[in-house]
Design a protein around this ligand. Structure first.
Ligand code: ZN
Length: 389
């Protein structure tokens, strides 16, 4: 048995005004300092106040939020006693909001212990709205929580089905004018889970269509949003694509590019979207050399209108399409291009391999690499060589 979960989604122009209709009295916004500086937090607070809310803003979420941040935010939440929590920002703020919400409802819980097996009953104190300010993570439409254990330089894939936001506000006005590099990095974070949600071993009929649509939208509109940050049609389509990808992979799983990307991000602080985007073509090449019949590249390529006469041809066409997209986005395609040196790689390798092997997305791959293969993938990705093993 498995489930399909979705928040209520308000999308398109003026979607933010939906907040006015929330019933409650106290709203706690979880965000970061950049979002405050951009005026987004004030804008959201304004709409909530119009709806009769008292508002508190917690703006201390850092990129790759730590367990400590989650504990401190939950403490502030307990003091304020909100009946609505608003996760406002990129994936970090939304993930932090979910984890803080869990600790607010279960003060004795260890955030590292949040897991999909144990059933939690949230919503006894508050409910959650998620408002993305980038188009990529899809966190507004998933129950996934990624936190970082800073001391151990390890990312923790946590979350439980009950921490899915009640409402997602997918309003493109938050992403108009987003800088090009952030657009490209976060945009790849919409594409990778869309493709992995479709190709991983947890794929299912309910999520397939969402993954395909999200991938199609990213290929079509990400280059436009990157080239012109004020192209409102491209922004709207990318913003929708990110949430659709979230629904898709959130009801399936991600896979090996995420296992590798989480590992790289925790060790070398490469932004999430850039890291998973970088690994995507290598992973496709690696999986294509796995057990015959294990992959679904033909079906995927068919829907993306790419050559797909055979599984091999489809895999090659997909790799080429991703490489072409990366070129148009001026994206890093090697570890060296991310500023990682040979010495860094050698020093970090055992931790990179350990992290990848222990990431819960790695086992969703149709070809699960052993430690030796993981190290070789990092080596090949360092140099930018096609996978031939
Ligand atoms: Zn991701």
């Amino acid at each position: 048995m498995w489930f399909f979960n979705s928040p209520e989604i308000a999308f398109g122009e003026e979607a933010l005004s939906y907040l006015e209709r929330l019933e409650g009295t106290r709203a706690f916004i979880v965000t970061d300092e950049v979002i405050v500086r951009l005026g987004h937090a004030a804008r959201v607070a304004e709409v909530l106040k119009r709806g009769g809310f008292q508002v508190s803003i917690y703006d201390k979420v850092e990129p790759n939020p730590s367990l400590e941040t989650v504990r401190s935010g939950a403490a502030a939440m307990s003091e304020f006693q909100p009946d609505w929590i608003v996760g406002l920002g990129g994936g970090s703020s939304m993930a932090a909001a979910k984890a803080m919400w869990i600790l607010y409802e279960y003060p004795d819980m260890d955030p590292e212990g949040i897991n999909p097996i144990e059933v939690l009953h949230l919503r006894r104190k508050a409910r959650l709205v998620a408002i993305p300010t980038t188009s990529g993570t899809g966190s507004e439409a998933t129950w996934i929580v990624v936190l970082t254990n800073v001391a151990e330089r390890r990312k923790l894939g946590l979350g439980c089905r009950d921490d899915l936001p009640d409402i997602a506000i997918v309003d493109p006005s938050f992403v108009v004018g987003m800088p090009p590099r952030l657009t490209a990095d976060t945009g790849m974070d919409a594409l990778v889970p869309a493709l992995e949600g479709f190709t991983c071993s947890f794929h299912n009929d309910f999520s397939d269509g969402l993954c395909l649509k999200a991938a199609e939208l990213v290929f079509q509109y990400l280059p436009r949003a990157y080239a012109d940050g004020n192209d409102i049609d491209a922004r709207t389509k990318m913003h929708n694509a990110a949430s659709i990808a979230g629904l898709g992979f959130g009801n399936s799983m991600a896979s090996l590019a995420h296992g590798l990307g989480h590992s790289l991000g925790a060790v070398f602080h490469v932004p999430h979207g850039r890291a998973v985007g970088l690994f995507l073509p290598y992973v496709l090449e690696y999986c294509a050399r796995g057990e015959p019949g294990s992959t679904r590249y033909q079906e995927l390529a068919y829907h993306l209108r790419l050559p797909c006469a055979t599984e091999v041809e489809a895999a090659a066409a997909l790799v080429k399409a991703i490489r072409d997209l990366q070129k148009r986005l001026d994206a890093a395609t090697t570890l060296a291009a991310c500023g990682i040196t040979r010495t860094d790689l050698d020093k970090g390798m055992s931790l990179l391999v350990f992290n990848t092997a222990n990431d819960n997305q790695t086992v969703m791959s149709t070809r699960i690499p052993d430690d030796k293969d993981v190290a070789r993938i990092f080596e090949y990705a360092f140099e930018g060589k096609s996978i031939d093993f």
